[in-house]
Design a protein around this ligand. Sequence first.
Ligand code: FAD
Length: 568
Amino acid sequence: MKVDVLIVGAGGAGLYAALSAAEEAKGMEVAVLTKVYPTRSHTGAAQGGVNAALANVDPTDSEELHTFDTVKGSDYLADQKAVKYMCFEAPRIIREMEHMGVPFSRLNNGKIAQRPFGGASKDRTCYSADKMGHVMLHTLYEQCIKHDIKFLNEWFMLNIVHDGERLQGVTAINIATGEIQFIHAKAVILATGGHSRIYWGYTSNALGCTGDGTAAALRAGLPLKDMEFLQFHPTGLRKSAILVSEAARGEGGHLLNNKGERFMSKYAPEKMELGPRDLVSRSIMTEIREGRGFKDEEGREYVHLDLTHLGEEKIKSRLPQIRELTIDFEGIDPIKEPIPIKPTAHYAMGGIHTDVRCETPIAGIYAAGEAQCVSVHGANRLGGNSLLDIVVFGHVAGKEAVRYAEGTDFAKGGESKLQDDVKFIQELFDRESKETLGDLRDELGEIMFRHFGVFKNEKEMQEGYDKLKNLIERANKNLAVEDKSKVFNTDLQSLLEFYNLLEIADVLAYASLQRKESRGSFYRDDYPKRDDENFLYHSMISRNSDGSFKYEKGKVDLSLYEPAERKY
Ligand SMILES: Cc1cc2nc3c(=O)[nH]c(=O)nc-3n(C[C@H](O)[C@H](O)[C@H](O)COP(=O)(O)OP(=O)(O)OC[C@H]3O[C@@H](n4cnc5c(N)ncnc54)[C@H](O)[C@@H]3O)c2cc1C
């Protein structure tokens, strides 16, 4: 198969990239390849909203303030000009989506409504009740259908193939038939989403957020950036870790400890519950560690998110999905009782290194969305900035990939890589499993949560890394595909995803051990202070030819604001 511009991923980033590529492309074929049906992509789970300084609620808001809040929220690790670009693009792209038909909630005057969100100095988050991602994803998909964009639905990308300088194509399995193919492409955009599933059982992310594109990029020799930065969202449901959006606090929800105190007054006296996520997550864990949390019969520790004072009408109209999820997964109606919550692994700030044009160091390979690290979120993302990032940089990636593809032909070769993948998969079918995938996946989640959680230190991380190495060795030897059929083999897919998770966990653990400071979401008890002198850099990790990690330091763009202490 040959495609001029291939987009891997049909979440918000992939679909926006497809739309702008299709608009830019004259006579070139643009196709989207996705392992799940487009409208099942994880973007559909996004709840609270998307940021843009429209100034509809607070006329004093501006793109400059949005830029500053984002840089400050990132603990000064974001690249400042890239942040500025994103924040200045925000109003235009929100209006573009409004014109496509995204049904935003409205103010009484008919303008797009905006709510307060964590770490933002103004009410800046545009929303659609608490279903922002769902309505965005469906509208973007409708537009893709309207533009006749070709979809390869339920295809699983295995590897990226290049000749050291240029992209040649990708290998992928057609999940419906089990057939493995080499797809020639002039340009590919990796929009494969995040990898928080490395915290299996302790994450708000969908089952498919397994970092497949990120792991494939690493195998292809591309550098991954800032992988030690993974955000814990403060409010996951106690039992399932499913997200309760920041919108719940934006609408006025209170965090309470077992003494009934609004404990955020100690940690963020000004912003209270609307402090940035890293700070609120640490505050919750501190309350729990110091004995001011709750414990259920099964030993799960948590604090309360109280919405009862908001009243039935507000909860039903502004937070209907949160209410439904809490009833279904906790058996609690937030109109009547506080919600038991604890931090949940939520968002990967790190990812495939690109510049602001979404280009990786290999010509023809682009990345966008949560899989990509430009970086606009640095050490800690602000709520509402991911849905913005994915559409702004999805748009850029689509245009840039087409421009590149227009000026080039298909690179020759690469087909032989197909045989390596066929052989690897055949081996997985041929061998006997000695352990079960489910057990090992749970073990991965336990290792990551216990040793690379909200609070970290050298000893625990080193112990965790040793356990992880042992797990990787066992997984490589002891796991096999149990279901021997070819058609819709979810067993095979789950195993391939697990191998990707292990590669990502390995990088995250390695990168974490190198950073001897605390910054944003990355907090170490043994190095509790930010150390700009020694660690104000992007970590860049790729593989040496012997498989070991190569660790390099990337420069942070500080051209707009001097790093300062963060206070909220
Ligand atoms: C519960 C929840 C709520 C959130 N709420 C908000 C919010 O209110 N505001 C906000 O700004 N952010 C929010 N976020 C974050 C935001 O939703 C995500 O960061 C964003 O949607 C990621 O979009 P994406 O397009 O990069 O990836 P995704 O939407 O995850 O899409 C990834 C795509 O890649 C495809 N794919 C992956 N691997 C392969 C493979 N091997 N082969 C082929 N295809 C593949 C998948 O099929 C999918 O189509 C939330 C996150 C969660 C977990």
